[in-house]
Design a protein around this ligand. Sequence first.
Ligand SMILES: O=C1O[C@H](COP(=O)(O)O)[C@@H](O)[C@H](O)[C@H]1O
Length: 254
Amino acid sequence: MATADKNKNVHVFESEEALSVSLAKYAADLSEKFAKQKGSFTVVLTGGSLIKSLRKLVEAPYIDSIDWSKWHVLWADERVVPKNHPDSNYLLAYDAFLSKVPIPSGNVYAINDALPAEAAADDYETCVKHLVHNGIISVSEATGFPRFDLMLLGMGPDGHVASLFPGHPLVQEKKKWITFIKESPKPPPQRITFTFPVINSSANIALVVAGAGKAHPVHVTLGNGEDSHVLPVQMVLPEGELTWFLDKDAASKL
Ligand SMILES: O=C1O[C@H](COP(=O)(O)O)[C@@H](O)[C@H](O)[C@H]1O
């Protein structure tokens, strides 16, 4: 049974299965809202365990009720590997989600996997700028950064989000929309990532966190836990709505 913390839009579920049911309704409701409002729905994915939690979207009722033609999909981070490499966030999303829903292939924007990390980040930023220019991606009036309708973020056991890692200088990047890392503490080493100005300009962020291995950063962020670093997940402070989807194991230290 989900319980909501009225203060912080935090929902704790008995199981990851129950979390995935609620997450699908949340995404479907936002899809309907934005498709009606502006004729498009910009969704940013991440990799890892998040993708598994999207599985209810490819089932009834959502597979038939969602207007998938309005979806535009990008990634908040991506490993700099070929799109058919097992470490690719694109491949993970394609196999489990994108190959099962009728989003037009031209509305799915993966990185150029032929480029090295720095060039791939610049190229992806140019792609986002084109989508902003074409009116597909909105712009935050407050920040001037791209304002995605929904950003679906996972979180690592160290509190990293996207490819922004604790104590890494990239968490302080204030100008670039998309940057790169060549020495990720979590393999593979080379990645591109949205920066916090872009992440925090989102209209809606869902932080999807399941499993006891993530209880510490959840405790630090939502409870009274402490860590030697300000964790990247603590820096997710969108101008829009932040909603936590936790299973009880991830919330076990709250
Ligand atoms: O390396 C990455 O890790 C995070 C968290 O993944 P998880 O499996 O621990 O949930 C993921 O959000 C990110 O996209 C990915 O590149």
